[in-house]
Design a protein around this ligand. Structure first.
Ligand SMILES: *[C@@H]1O[C@H](CO)[C@@H](O)[C@H](O)[C@H]1NC(C)=O
Ligand SMILES: *[C@@H]1O[C@H](CO)[C@@H](O)[C@H](O)[C@H]1NC(C)=O
Length: 181
């Protein structure tokens, strides 16, 4: 083999392993089928799989169990981010940053009750109400994310927002699946 051929072979092998390593977490055979079915419908498959496989009893969890876990995770992240915004507000001096924080604070405040209601509605088996309330939360959370992108956001908020956006996306996908199961 020529040096060039050796070089090409090594390049191909490297690229091959690069892809294997990159995509293995998403399409691992260990992902339970239901979780895989949910996560392929979300915007970030890898994040979704990582989140839902952390649910207790994930391997045999049904849609209701995963819905409950997803909603509670979303609610917890919203409550944490809301508290962060409340604590941050008096510290912000730049009026443009203050505008972003105030806007997001209203959005997050408006997401708390719908997400609480969604959790209660799930327990009662009222899937229409779950879906309606998750959508209200989702609209608010995505609106904050839009305003963050217009900016300028305070440090730490974009990461927190992305995290909540991805969680509520999973809850949204599951709530639609609950309606059609
Ligand atoms: C889902 O699983 C939970 C926990 O194992 C169980 O209590 C519940 O009855 C199941 N729900 C459905 C709809 O199968
Ligand atoms: C706001 O400022 C106070 C006092 O300087 C500080 O203790 C707190 O950590 C700050 N909060 C945030 C979210 O930056």
């Amino acid at each position: 083999m020529s040096t060039l051929n050796h070089f090409l072979l090594i390049s191909y092998v490297s690229i091959y392993f690069f892809f294997i390593l990159q995509f293995q977490p998403c399409f691992s055979i260990n992902v339970p089928p239901l979780i895989n079915q949910i996560c392929t419908k979300t915007k970030n498959n890898y994040f979704c799989v990582k989140t839902l496989t952390s649910a207790p009893g994930a391997a045999n969890a049904n849609l209701t169990t995963l819905a409950s876990y997803s909603l509670k995770s979303t609610y917890a992240a919203v409550a944490t981010t809301d508290a962060f915004l409340v604590a941050l507000l008096p510290n912000v001096t730049d009026p443009r940053v203050k505008q972003v924080v105030t806007h997001c604070r209203t959005n997050y405040d408006g997401s708390i009750l719908p997400l609480q209601t969604a959790i209660t509605s799930l327990d009662e088996g009222h899937f229409d109400d779950v879906s309606f309330n998750v959508n209200q939360g989702l609209t608010n959370i995505n609106d904050c994310d839009r305003v963050i992108k217009v900016g300028p956001p305070p440090p730490g908020l974009p990461e927190k927002s992305t995290h909540v956006v991805q969680l509520v996306d999973i809850s949204g996908v599951i709530s639609v699946m609950l309606l059609h199961q």
